[in-house]
Ligand binder design. Structure first.
Ligand SMILES: C[S@@+](CC[C@H](N)C(=O)[O-])C[C@H]1O[C@@H](n2cnc3c(N)ncnc32)[C@H](O)[C@@H]1O
Ligand code: SF4
Length: 458
């Protein structure tokens, strides 16, 4: 697929990633503990009804220079153990706030590097959840893992403690790329690791890759993605490198390399796209691929795909997200609550029996509608004005007014071949997938007078 240079230039502008709506840089500090607690209590009556927990484990052994995550580089075992104890107290805090009739449908361990924790600590935390909460029938218990820290024994014990999804951060198979970004490679070859995990039962495996890193070329990335396919994962995420050196200082270290430009990045993604689709994987949203029988592919077909900060999910597994640990963001129907990033402030708040919230956003009714529109586009490549209008009991004209919908902008996307607009529905084309963030932004009233800084769209 050849994307014209003019479109690349036109649309490679700062654009939200829309992992939340409004995006996290709209969150603010105007809150009170009472208001936050009230939002949590109110969430017991809101939809979705299920509980989804996100656990942030910030620790990593060494900093990858491309990293955009919230990390704390430390080998201090006392500090790590202390963090786990605080996390357990936070679990108890939530036990008291959440309706005991609600069930956990999802637990997502993210980081940092959750598998940098001693395995006993993971087991202890999982045991707390099983002791204090009810679970839905097939809960999704996922962990983001750095393969360099995985051993066969660690994998066995993760699975025994209830983990049934593993995401392995491969990023690239080429050693020169990994060295340039200061990242250790897996000790156990990835295909062997995947085979071993699969032999343990019904464990879903995702592999993460990043494109736009030093030394990556379409040829080298072609090799990397072929190798990924031969490992036979259920899903793959092919992330565009988000270069935000004003937020992540270590990324400046990559600027001494000739980093791939927008056109080269599209060529890298295009390579991955072809290899994966030819191997039978279905493209999901912006950057994910799944086997056709995977529940994400089935949900996409049924236009029932959802998304939260943790990635894509289905109607069955999605829940309101309650985030535990530093920097985690709770994603409730009515509010976003972001935890402090500071380990000491976090501990102090939990010890005092308070939520460690640093920033919030209370979502109003109109923003909920915009959020649903953007989610529909980003997840299902599709938007039906009549469906959304009916759901929110408003007219199509009222919906368009809320979105500050401009017919000319949509028509322009259509002329450029990025979407099909007919009978009050919008369908994003294959070419349009590259510009999904730009299309979504055109439905976002906040982008009309945007003053915020975002990473570039491509
Ligand atoms: C928390 S990490 C996964 C677990 C573990 N820390 C690791 O690195 O393997 C989440 C994923 O985010 C992606 N990532 C990190 N920094 C990124 C960036 N600046 N741009 C795009 N993707 C990024 C990587 O693919 C990484 O696997
Ligand atoms: S990419 Fe993963 S391992 Fe590397 S610094 Fe970021 S969170 Fe840690």
């Amino acid at each position: 697929m050849k994307i014209p240079e003019t479109l690349l230039q036109k649309y490679n502008v700062p654009t939200p990633r829309y992992t939340s709506y409004p995006p996290a840089n709209y969150f603010h500090e105007e809150f009170t503990a009472e208001k936050n607690n009230a939002a949590l209590i109110e969430s017991n009556q809101s939809h979705p009804q299920n509980i989804s927990f996100y656990l942030h484990i910030p620790f990593c052994g060494k900093l990858c220079h491309y990293c955009g995550c919230n990390t704390h580089i430390s080998r201090d075992q006392v500090l790590i153990k202390d963090y786990v104890e605080t996390l357990k107290k936070e679990i108890l805090l939530y036990k008291n706030l959440l309706d005991p009739n609600r069930k956990i449908s999802q637990i997502h361990w993210g980081g940092g590097t959750p598998n940098y924790l001693p395995i006993e600590e993971v087991e202890g935390i999982m045991a707390m959840f099983f002791k204090h909460f009810e679970f839905s029938q097939k809960p999704e218990i996922a962990m983001e893992c750095h393969p360099a820290h995985l051993t066969f024994d660690y994998v066995d014990r993760l699975i025994e403690s209830g983990i049934n999804r593993m995401s392995l951060g491969v990023q690239d198979f080429e050693s020169n790329v990994m060295q340039a970004v200061n990242r250790d490679e897996s000790i156990i070859p990835i295909n062997e690791l995947v085979q071993y995990i699969k032999s343990k039962g019904d464990i879903s495996i995702n592999l993460d890759f990043v494109y736009g890193l030093p030394f990556q070329t379409p040829e080298s990335f072609n090799k990397t993605i072929h190798k990924a396919v031969s490992a036979n994962p259920d899903r793959l995420a092919i992330f565009s490198y988000a270069h935000v050196p004003w937020l992540k200082k270590a990324q400046q270290k990559l600027e001494k390399y000739d980093l791939p430009n927008a056109e080269q990045k599209i060529a890298l993604f295009d390579t991955a796209f072809h290899v994966l689709t030819e191997a039978g994987y279905v493209p999901i949203g912006l950057d994910h691929f799944a086997k056709p029988k995977d529940e994400l592919s089935i949900a996409l077909n049924a236009k029932a795909l959802h998304r939260n900060f943790q990635g894509y999910c289905t109607r069955e597994t999605t829940g309101q997200v309650y985030a535990l640990g530093v920097s985690g963001i709770s994603q409730l129907d009515n509010a976003y609550l972001q935890n402090t990033k500071d380990l000491r402030i976090y501990k102090k708040a939990i010890e005092a029996g308070e939520l460690p919230v640093e920033k919030v956003y209370f979502v109003n009714d109109e923003e909920k509608i915009v959020r649903e529109v953007i989610n529909e586009l980003m997840c299902n490549n599709y938007l039906s004005f009549p469906r959304i209008a009916t759901k929110y009991k408003i007219t199509i004209d009222e919906l368009k007014a809320i979105l500050t919908f401009e017919e000319e902008t949509i028509k322009q996307f259509e002329v450029e071949g990025l979407l099909i607009y007919k009978e009050d529905t919008v369908e994003i084309t294959d070419e349009g997938q590259f510009f999904m963030r730009n299309i979504a932004a055109s439905f976002d009233p906040k982008m009309k007078d945007n003053q915020k800084n975002f990473s570039k769209a491509l």
